[in-house]
Design a protein around this ligand. Structure first.
Ligand code: ADP
Ligand code: MG
Length: 254
């Protein structure tokens, strides 16, 4: 049996075409995703690559419904993703952003406990115990009671990953998790993500870190012109890129 965790069919996303106050007519339309079809299996570590503006973030945001798709269907763990299932979806699909997005007015530990307690998934003592375990796992036990602003970017991102894990998700979406970091902090975050990948959790990672894609992922997906142009194991994709636009993209990355 194949354990499909996500099934995406004909995903379309168009921005614009809306009425806006103070604007005559409609906002300009932009077709970003033009029919994405993909299956993701439990344990997959998928790296998504493609030129800036090709819709990588839009794709991730449609998966967890931070954006509402214009067309197509998304099934997560066998259920259609729509407004009715949004709570379960957000519990089981964690997200890590480029700019960490920690709650600045809460301590690190509060950041980890808040959602599980608020959503009634864990009692406060359970959530605190789990937070302590996760802080140890990301090597930041000594930062439990500080505020995010006192941490380095790399530390904040490790906390953001711990916060995602605090919900016991089945999938974590990462949107360029190291792009906002100073170069000397990229390694510690990639190392944590590498450890995570080895636990078997399903990961979708938008990244420009080709070394990570090559060494850690089992699939690399190239998105361009609103569609998936290539979906291959990294050995194949990097050694034999078929699509000319992928060839051009890779030659610029090196
Ligand atoms: P990527 O993450 O690959 O760089 P994005 O998904 O962020 O690309 O954006 C894809 C395109 O959609 C870009 O042209 C971007 O300007 C546009 N876009 C993204 N978000 C919005 C939005 N909320 N409203 C209008 N256009 C958007
Ligand atoms: Mg993006």
């Amino acid at each position: 049996m194949t354990d499909k965790i996500l099934e995406v069919r004909g995903l379309f996303k168009t921005y614009g075409g809306e009425k806006k106050r103070g604007l005559k007519g409609l906002t300009p339309k932009l077709d970003v995703l033009k029919g994405i079809d993909i299956d993701i299996y439990r344990g997959d570590v998928v790296c998504l690559i493609g030129p800036s503006g090709c819709g990588k973030s839009t794709f991730l945001r449609c998966l967890n419904r931070l954006e509402v798709p214009t067309g197509g269907t998304i099934k997560f763990e066998g259920e259609v993703v729509d407004e009715a299932h949004i709570d379960k979806l957000r519990q089981k699909m964690g997200m890590v952003f480029q700019h960490f997005n920690l709650f600045p007015h809460m301590t690190v530990k509060e950041n980890l406990c808040m959602a599980p307690v608020l959503l009634g998934l864990k009692s406060r003592p359970e959530a605190e115990k789990r937070a302590d375990e996760l802080l140890e796992r990301v090597g930041l036990s000594d930062k439990a009671n500080v505020y995010p602003a006192s941490l380095s970017g790399g530390q904040q991102q490790r906390i953001a990953i711990a916060r995602a894990l605090a919900m016991d998700p089945d999938v974590i979406l990462f949107d360029e998790p190291t792009s906002a970091l100073d170069p000397e902090m990229v390694g510690e975050v990639l190392e944590l993500m590498r450890e995570l990948a080895h636990t078997g959790i399903t990961m979708l990672v938008v990244t420009h870190e080709m070394g990570f894609a090559r060494e850690v992922s089992n699939r690399v997906i190239f998105i361009d012109e609103g569609q998936i142009q290539e979906d291959e194991p990294p050995q194949e994709l990097f050694a034999h890129p078929k699509n000319p636009r992928l060839q051009a993209f890779l030659s610029k990355m090196l």
